[in-house]
Design a protein around this ligand. Structure first.
Ligand SMILES: C[S@@+](CC[C@H](N)C(=O)[O-])C[C@H]1O[C@@H](n2cnc3c(N)ncnc32)[C@H](O)[C@@H]1O
Length: 250
């Protein structure tokens, strides 16, 4: 996404104690950064922060981390977070942000961080086959996330893109995740636990249905899953694509 330069972003982020300058220093120690053992949820590719700011202020019992590579985005996210907390008359005490290349996310999180949930909202679909490995839901990425996501932890994924959604259902299944909720039209699915992101608003205003899934991490080693099981599951998912499955909101 193109975004105008924001000369204020880096200096303002440097001044804000909830923006972490060298996140790798906290690898495996994020709970001590928050000074508690509350559940940890991470948004990958937070953009302008409309989603994380509303989610984090609504859930003081949970710790949140939002990651993006662009300082311009993080600057806007910081301002959105500050605004939401000020409106709620609260200190920003349960959310940190930082800049990180998500392809290298394991440099900043490890199994000791025991992440409960990852949010991936409207990541780049990388439509060309030779770019599929750059998708944030590609197997290479999911296998990294598995390392710091708890067993039974989940990934919540939203997209406007049909091809990315179809492929992602297969990626998740191949990498040892169970799809506990799938809808091709989130806003008409009856799922009532949704916070709209900036891209979600833009796409839904264009009449594009929002695809959404919840994938639960299974304890199995994904490489022990039979290839035929994966294919069967993937084709079943394609057939069932329009049918919301059991609601699992926790
Ligand atoms: C299309 S925007 C979506 C923003 C927001 N999640 C939303 O739904 O409105 C994708 C965001 O992910 C960030 N991003 C994309 N690839 C990334 C990567 N490999 N590492 C870190 N951030 C990335 C971009 O900078 C951008 O802010």
């Amino acid at each position: 996404m193109r975004i105008r330069r924001k000369p204020w972003a880096r200096p303002e982020l440097a001044e804000w104690e909830n923006c972490i300058d060298v996140p790798a220093e906290n690898r495996g120690k994020w709970h001590s950064v928050f000074k508690n053992d509350a559940p940890l949820m991470i948004e990958l590719g937070c953009g302008k922060g409309g989603f994380i700011s509303k989610l984090a202020v609504a859930h003081p019992e949970t710790n949140f981390i939002a990651v993006d590579i662009k300082s311009e985005m993080l600057g806007l996210a910081m301002r959105n977070i500050k605004r939401e907390y000020a409106a709620a008359n609260r200190e920003v005490d349960n959310v940190y942000i930082f800049s990180q290349e998500i392809m290298l996310i394991n440099k900043v999180f490890s199994a000791e961080d025991k992440c409960d949930r990852i949010y991936i909202n409207f990541c780049n679909p990388w439509p060309k086959t030779h770019d599929h490995k750059k998708r944030l839901t590609h197997n290479n990425q999911l296998m990294q996330y598995r390392e710091f996501l708890k067993d039974g932890g989940e990934i919540r994924f939203k997209t406007d893109n049909d091809d990315l959604f179809l492929s992602s259902k297969r990626y998740f299944t191949e990498c040892g995740f169970e799809l506990t909720y799938v809808t091709e039209d989130l806003h008409n699915s009856g799922f009532d636990d949704n916070i709209e992101t900036e891209h979600e608003k833009m796409f839904s205003e264009q009449g594009i249905p929002i695809k959404f899934l919840i994938a639960k991490k299974l304890t199995v080693n994904p490489f022990e899953i039979e290839a035929s099981d994966v294919e069967n599951k993937a084709s079943q998912l394609e057939n069932d694509a329009d049918q919301p499955q059991n609601m699992n909101k926790n």
